[in-house]
Design a protein around this ligand. Sequence first.
Ligand code: OGA
Ligand code: MN
Length: 217
Amino acid sequence: MRQHLRSIDSSLPIGLAAEKIASELSQNAYSITDQFLTPEEVASLISYVKSLQEEDHLKKAGIGKQQSFQIASEIRGDYIRWIDTKNCDAILEPLMGRLSELMDYLNRTCFLGLKDFETHVAYYPPGTFYRRHVDRFQHNAHRVVSFVLYLNSDWVPADGGQLMLYPDDNSTFEVAPVAGRLAMFLSDMPHEVLKSFAGRYSITGWMLNQLKELTFL
Ligand code: OGA
Ligand code: MN
């Protein structure tokens, strides 16, 4: 897939966005980028994700993988749908293309050894959250970089649902989940999703140091 990227027209050229992301990730272990896609691309992703939710295609997310999977609403309250990155709906292609370009750039500049990414659509109904956690598990240590593209067009602070990053013991960094914003952070950084008071939409994923098919072994 990576060999056949089309060039994607966007307000922020991937080259510049990737350069900024790589330098911020290596300095701070996180990076926030607005307008990662064009407003038109973001608008079509918003209606796509809303229609998945309205047509009941999202399923309650759990914690743990395979045999240890369990629903734990006191830990996370989101609903998700995994994306088949190699055979996805056409509407997702611009995002998948930019993510794989970005992954290649991070490999060339930060030597992260990224091989693949996994990603899902996420919806947090009003009243839900995701308690403080890390994305790099003991039983699945392949997640290296986490990313979240937010899809909330009229977000206001009263809607809540901010991403709170904990880069170290003494600092926090709060990210508003506004449409078109891409948050990235190293997957071993503690973080949480504060309680959302409105429906909260995103596409969330992880760049992996292993092919996705091999992460379950
Ligand atoms: C996750 C997560 C953050 C966000 O799904 O693991 O931490 O802002 N999401 O949605
Ligand atoms: Mn997380």
